[in-house]
Ligand binder design. Structure first.
Ligand code: GUN
Length: 290
């Protein structure tokens, strides 16, 4: 049996089109465009690629993009002052400070300085807390994108057994909370998990977010499982995920490719979060299923 390949590009394009429709209605109603400010410190080439992609998607959705590029030796105080300025700017609905930051800057201090109601990355402790107790806030874009892929593939997730491999603050932990919110029975596995293959084998849903090329093997999977691969690993064979696609696609029911699976959803969810931020700030009613 060969698994269905989940088309993240198509699902992301549909979400972006839905957001663009609602952005147009927002602009008519309020006379302004939702705005996203992206801050890039230094010359990390991967970060520069992401920031360009985010700016392009923002404009394509009919929103305003404000890019701030700072030199790599920017003092922490200067970045904090920029965050203060963006917090106070009514044209800015979303603020994203691209990570990683150079060593002289404390990322936690910067993230905590962002107004939680403009924190479209969902990294602020207030938003982490809101997610944990089920209040409206902002959810990190990558796990939100994974949840949307799972709902698109499976519909109602309630009662399903889900294993999240990885416990980072950006992906693993929020992913587990989102799956719990959709009434899955959730296990978080990590580098110290005993007998990971056995843990994975009982799961209807597997989300792999560990950053190790081809780690999850097809033999570990329950036949018919839905597999979401968050990994982006550069190898001599090119970009590969955390899941060994060749063997996994022989056992899984459905699986995301790398690239073209989770990646496009992350940016689509950033656009979505920015629109939702603008809508909340203006009291504009929007389609809640967005
Ligand atoms: N660096 C890599 N991914 C991300 C992301 O989603 N948000 C931010 N701010 N930085 C990142």
């Amino acid at each position: 049996m060969t698994a269905k390949v989940i088309d993240g590009k198509a699902i992301a394009a549909a979400l972006r089109a839905d957001v663009a429709t609602q952005v147009a209605a927002f602009r008519s109603a309020t006379g302004r465009a939702p705005g996203l400010a992206v801050v890039l410190v230094g010359e990390d080439s991967a970060s520069a690629v992401y920031v360009r992609a985010k700016g392009k998607a923002t404009l394509e959705a009919g929103m305003a993009s404000f890019e701030h590029k700072l030199v790599s030796n920017t003092p922490e105080a200067d970045l904090l002052a920029l965050v203060d300025q963006l917090n106070a700017d009514p044209a800015v609905d979303g603020i994203l400070v691209q990570l990683p930051l150079p060593p002289q800057i404390d990322a936690t201090k910067v993230i905590t300085r962002i107004d939680p109601d403009k924190d479209v990355d969902g990294f602020h402790p207030v938003n982490a807390g809101r997610l944990a107790i089920g209040l409206d806030g902002f959810v990190p874009c990558t796990p939100l994108g994974c949840l949307k892929l799972l709902r698109a593939e499976l519909g109602d997730l309630s009662g399903k057994s889900a294993v999240v491999i990885g416990r980072s603050n950006i992906v693993g932990k929020p992913m587990a909370l989102l799956l719990l919110g959709d009434s899955c029975t959730v296990t978080i596995a990590h580098s110290r998990t005993t007998d990971l293959p056995a843990v994975v084998r009982q799961a209807d849903i597997v989300v792999a977010a560990v950053g190790r090329a081809n780690m999850v093997k097809g033999e570990w999977l329950k036949p018919g499982a839905t597999v979401i691969d968050v990994g982006i690993n550069r190898t001599e064979a090119g970009l590969v995920g955390d899941v060994d696609f060749a063997s996994a696609s022989e056992v899984a029911g459905a699986i995301t490719p790398v690239p073209g699976g989770v990646g496009p959803m992350t940016i689509a969810c950033l656009i979505r979060n920015t629109f939702v931020s603008a809508a909340r700030r203006e009291g504009f009613r929007y389609e809640k299923q967005l």
